[in-house]
Design a binder for this molecule. Structure first.
Ligand SMILES: [Zn+2]
Length: 283
């Protein structure tokens, strides 16, 4: 493990470029998933085409980030505008994959941590944007995230360190899943009592279960707090901007905020908690 970290340091610029490129390419595919899956369309056929004139998109017109810039955000055939969201999602994928690589390097973490980060980042990108568009979270994101957490942590605690850590697995992974699922289920139940209608989908409950299965109980509490704060700021901002009545029920998708909170945990959560505990004089 030590040796692989040293190699990674020496080849850092190469791996950094690779990470960004891989993230952008995967995000380019995620753009297709985000558009097609909620519409019940196949993600492989028909091949990518302009939604306006149906002209097929050639491979050189489909290079992440670069093609969008080269074509000036327009279809090469009919010049119809292509949403800047495509390039933004590709940039987001590239930046987050790169950030995950640098994070692993900084803490000298093994390769399988990086792979789990990358898979989960990809799932969160898909889930967030589908939730924005359709107010739903696909099962392959939420249930897939829980399965990823259970399997990846099983590998980590049972095989990777050469000793079986049952207690840690139960406390950290299974306990995290139970806490995430249970807490959000409670929030959902209280919300439905308060608003006399469904205030939150089951998708959000499963999504927080996935956060717990992947990163443990402390991550659940951290993610719940940060996502509630971020969601409130955006919600209040939307109310002020639209001058909507405060008492009016506004359904805002919560999934993207859970993902935002989870990203904050992944990149600076434990440090933030440690800093906060020190501030309180608890150590
Ligand atoms: Zn076109």
């Amino acid at each position: 493990m030590r040796a692989s970290v040293d190699v990674a340091v020496a080849l850092k610029p190469v791996f950094a470029c690779f990470s960004f490129g891989l993230g952008a390419c995967i995000a380019s595919f995620l753009n297709v998933v985000i558009w097609r899956v909620p519409r019940g369309e196949s993600i492989v056929s028909p091949p990518s085409h302009c939604p306006k004139c149906s002209a097929p998109i050639r491979w050189w017109q489909n290079i992440p980030i670069l093609s969008w810039l080269a074509l000036g955000g327009k279809c090469a055939n009919c010049r119809a505008a292509i949403s800047p969201r495509y390039i933004l999602i590709e940039l987001l994928g590239g930046v987050l994959f790169l950030a995950a690589f640098l994070h692993m390097l900084k803490f000298g973490l093994p390769l399988h941590f990086l792979v789990v980060y990358w898979i989960w980042i990809a799932l969160m990108i898909v889930g967030s944007f589908i939730d924005f568009d359709h107010q739903l979270l696909p099962d392959f994101v939420t249930v897939g995230g829980m399965a990823l957490g259970l399997v990846a942590n099983a590998y980590d605690y049972f095989f990777f360190w050469g000793k079986i850590y049952w207690e840690n697995y139960l406390l950290y992974c299974v306990g995290g899943l139970a806490l995430g699922f249970g807490l959000l289920w409670l929030v959902r139940w209280l919300g439905s009592k308060a608003f006399k209608r469904e205030a939150m989908g089951m998708g959000d409950v499963f999504l927080m279960g996935a956060v717990g299965a992947l990163f443990g109980p402390v991550a659940v509490l951290f993610t719940l707090m940060t996502s509630a704060v971020a969601g409130s700021i955006v919600g209040i901002g939307m109310i002020l901007l639209s001058k909507a009545k405060l008492g009016k029920f506004v359904a805002i998708p919560f999934g993207p905020y859970i993902c935002l909170g989870c990203l904050a945990w992944m990149f600076c959560g434990p440090e933030t908690v440690a800093w906060y505990l020190k501030l309180l004089g608890v150590n």
